[in-house]
Write a protein that binds this ligand. Structure first.
Ligand SMILES: Cc1cc2nc3c(=O)[nH]c(=O)nc-3n(C[C@H](O)[C@H](O)[C@H](O)COP(=O)(O)OP(=O)(O)OC[C@H]3O[C@@H](n4cnc5c(N)ncnc54)[C@H](O)[C@@H]3O)c2cc1C
Length: 413
């Protein structure tokens, strides 16, 4: 079984005996899933050590400081009623910049403000200035809120069509709004997950933590011993009973928790079953501009159903008429195209400057195969190695926490 190449790799990385250590529980990844595992072990006073190759905790919950601005790597929001948040009561106290419940939609060169129908049904029904939203469509939003479908295989757009929503409404509202959430304009996601997110948006407060999305990871890590988090240390090999880190230290474990599917590629051939080898990701682009502009609304999502490149944007006020604008696109890596289209929508721009852009290639995992994996959202890979994370649950903060929580709950600790 052993090829020459593998023997050679092993020889290269095998550490000397004096360097070997033992840690009862090793967690690879200080993203939200790894931090959740650590918190749950900490509560039970069980020893652990987290490794992450990055220089900061948080994984995909990444915020970059740019002068006075905290810029999230990708438009990321917290839904305050995420069910998994209940295991961390302190999340209730996190300061959140909330979005107004509803959105502003651009159609035929005009802007229309639409209120959330569940929170404000009378205002929503009365506010009929938008040309494409019929009374039937509006009432069906309430019907949809009451639906409970467990099927994974029904196509979301077909389901909405069969329910009676008009094509225009599906395009201008559902596809336009939810493409930014699922990073997929065709809404090819399990129906159950779509309904779950739709209902949460309808009834819950939504926003971004002050200081950026990474503040959530920092909050969870506040109750962890910082000496138990080893950053800037990439794991380079995973054996049945041990890992090897970037400094060529071999550390053996009783349990290993992996929170990224790419870790499978580091596994010894004897244990690698290649379950994640075909995993794919949805991408997104995010542009941050400082804009001097008047007569706009801040902290509400703007939608552009007719645009081929801008999916959504929002403004946050800085001072006077200066705003930070975050623009999301599913497909456009050309800033000039984004800028020209932005100016075509907002004629009252006095000045604008791009301060940062992100091209996020591995944003959300495609989840068809692993969606809520075996209803548990984690995998026992070998007798000692486990995988958890958004790729085994739902691609969200809620999914990452839920996956880790289910895993620790099922272990006999
Ligand atoms: C652009 C974007 C927008 C999003 N929008 C939202 C949103 O609005 N709302 C929402 O709920 N969710 C959103 N999400 C999803 C959410 O951010 C993720 O689901 C969640 O952060 C994933 O956490 P995780 O712990 O499962 O994985 P990760 O955060 O990916 O953590 C895995 C960690 O493992 C580490 N690692 C990997 N390999 C190694 C190695 N060899 N050695 C050491 N460490 C290693 C990585 O560095 C990483 O820190 C968004 C994600 C992106 C990217």
């Amino acid at each position: 079984m052993c090829s020459w190449k593998r023997r050679k790799t092993r020889e290269l990385v095998l550490p000397t005996k004096s360097m070997r250590k033992y840690i009862e529980n090793i967690i690879i990844g200080a993203g939200i899933s790894g931090l959740t595992i650590a918190r749950l072990l900490e509560e039970k006073k069980i020893p652990y050590l987290i490794f992450d190759s990055r220089s900061n905790i948080g994984g995909k919950l990444e915020t970059i400081k740019h002068g006075e601005y905290d810029l999230d790597v990708g438009f990321q929001i917290i839904i305050e009623d995420y069910p998994a948040f209940k295991i961390f009561p302190e999340i209730k106290n996190i300061k959140i910049k909330r979005f107004e419940s509803g959105f502003i939609i651009n159609k035929n060169k005009n802007f229309y403000k639409i209120l959330n129908p569940i929170k404000n049904p009378i205002g929503f029904l009365k506010n009929s200035s938008f040309p494409d939203f019929s009374i039937k469509d509006k009432l069906l939003l309430i019907v949809l809120f009451l639906k409970n479908e467990k099927s994974k295989n029904l196509n979301v757009v077909k389901y909405l069509t069969n329910l009676g929503f008009s094509k225009k409404f599906i395009n201008d509202f559902f596809k336009s709004f939810f493409q930014g959430v699922f990073l997929d304009k065709n809404l090819q996601i399990p129906l159950e997950y779509f309904l779950f997110i739709y209902k949460l948006f309808a009834k819950s407060n939504v926003g971004i933590p002050i200081g950026g999305i990474n503040s959530l990871a920092t909050l969870l890590s506040n109750k962890l011993n910082k000496n138990k988090i080893e950053l800037n240390n990439k794991i380079i090999k995973i054996n049945e009973n041990s890992i090897i880190d970037s400094k060529k230290n071999e550390i053996s474990f009783r349990r290993l928790f992996c929170t990224d599917p790419s870790l499978e590629s580091l596994m010894d051939d004897d244990i690698n079953v290649q379950i994640f080898k075909d995993i794919q990701y949805k991408k997104t682009f995010n542009y941050y501009l400082v804009v001097n502009i008047n007569n706009i609304s801040e902290n509400i999502i703007y939608l552009f159903p007719d645009s081929n490149i801008i999916s959504s944007l929002y403004f946050s006020k800085k001072n006077g008429d200066n705003y930070l604008v975050s623009i999301s696109s599913l497909n456009c890596d050309n800033y000039n195209d984004i800028k020209n289209e932005f100016i075509s929508y907002f004629k009252n721009v006095n000045s604008l400057e791009l301060i940062q852009s992100f091209n996020i290639k591995k944003a959300l995992p495609y989840i068809d195969k692993f969606y809520k994996f075996k209803n548990k959202s984690y995998i026992k890979y070998t007798n000692k190695i486990y995988f958890s994370g958004d790729f085994l649950s739902t691609p969200s903060i809620n999914g990452s926490i839920e996956s880790a929580d289910n895993l620790i709950e099922d272990l006999e600790l």
